[in-house]
Design a protein around this ligand. Structure first.
Ligand code: NDP
Length: 246
């Protein structure tokens, strides 16, 4: 008997990188896992195949997190396919920006649409279906604690919004037996932030463990928060950053 047997999950942005690692991990724990993606169809199909090859149940859904109707439809499809929704992981996120005087208003609006509105709409719609024991897990960022380099003010604005949303949401959902937590990854080796990139050269000297995180190390913490044993953990900001912000 696996910890998440009989549970259903939706991971936003699960085609590749951290979201794919989270989707695979939740499936390995026994959950039926739907995940959304925006553009990477081939990688989404590959992730779904990998989950199924390991004996899990997967559903890949094309749904831009910045399109509220698409997000609502993705949740409806998940509920229809799996008969419910117990776990929502708000992982989809983008990192547009630059120095404050160079950020375009179009980039600002896109960042708000994907990183903030996407999280709000997915959460609102998901909890309409969520029974007691439900789990909402946001992926924030260690940037909300420690912003060590310039050009990320817009990104940090969106992650700060999610952090505030999380804090107050626990009061709405606690009485229903649903927990809400934010995992704040530090620099993690993904397509967005490769461990071999220029940013990594700047950041690794400030990481206590002297290396980037792996997507699977973030997925480990998400799996814990999703598990029945985490029922008393709610409203938490869990920094998973190799000591980057310590
Ligand atoms: P990647 O850019 O490597 O992967 C992003 C994933 O999200 C892809 O599967 C992508 O799918 C999907 N996605 C992107 N935009 C959308 C959208 N509009 N709608 C639906 N899906 C979308 O990012 P990471 O894996 O690095 O980041 C995952 C989360 O972790 C993000 O919220 C990020 O901000 C956060 N984070 C990352 C850190 C890092 O160092 N990597 C550190 C702290 C936080 P597709 O290709 O199909 O668009």
């Amino acid at each position: 008997h696996l910890p998440l047997t009989g549970k259903t999950a939706l991971v936003t942005g699960g085609s590749r990188s951290m979201g794919a690692a989270i989707a695979k991990r939740l499936a390995a724990e026994g959950a039926s896992v739907a995940f959304t993606y925006a553009g990477s169809r081939a990688q989404a199909e590959e992730t779904a195949r990998a989950i199924e090859a390991a004996g899990g149940r997967a559903l890949a859904i094309q749904a831009d997190a910045g399109d509220p109707d698409a997000v609502r439809a993705a949740i409806a499809r998940t509920v229809e396919a799996f008969g419910g929704l117990d776990i929502l992981v708000n992982n989809a996120g983008i990192a547009l920006g630059g120095p404050i005087d160079q950020i375009t208003f179009e980039d600002y609006q896109r960042m708000i649409a994907v990183n903030v509105t996407g999280v709000f709409v997915a959460t609102q719609e998901a909890v309409r279906h969520m029974p007691a024991g439900g789990r909402v897990i946001h992926i924030g960022s260690s940037m909300t604690r420690y912003a060590s380099f310039p050009g990320a003010s817009l990104y940090t604005l969106t992650k700060g919004a999610v952090t505030g949303f999380n804090r107050s949401l626990v009061r709405d959902l606690g009485p229903r037996g649903i927990t809400v937590n934010t995992v704040h990854p530090g620099p993690t080796d993904t397509d967005m932030n490769p461990a071999e990139g220029d940013l990594a050269k700047l950041l690794i000297p400030n990481m206590a463990v002297g290396r980037y995180g792996q997507a699977s190390e973030i997925a480990d913490v998400v799996a814990y928060l999703a598990s029945p044993g985490a029922a008393f953990v709610t409203g938490a900001d869990i920094v998973v950053d190799g000591g980057f912000t310590a």
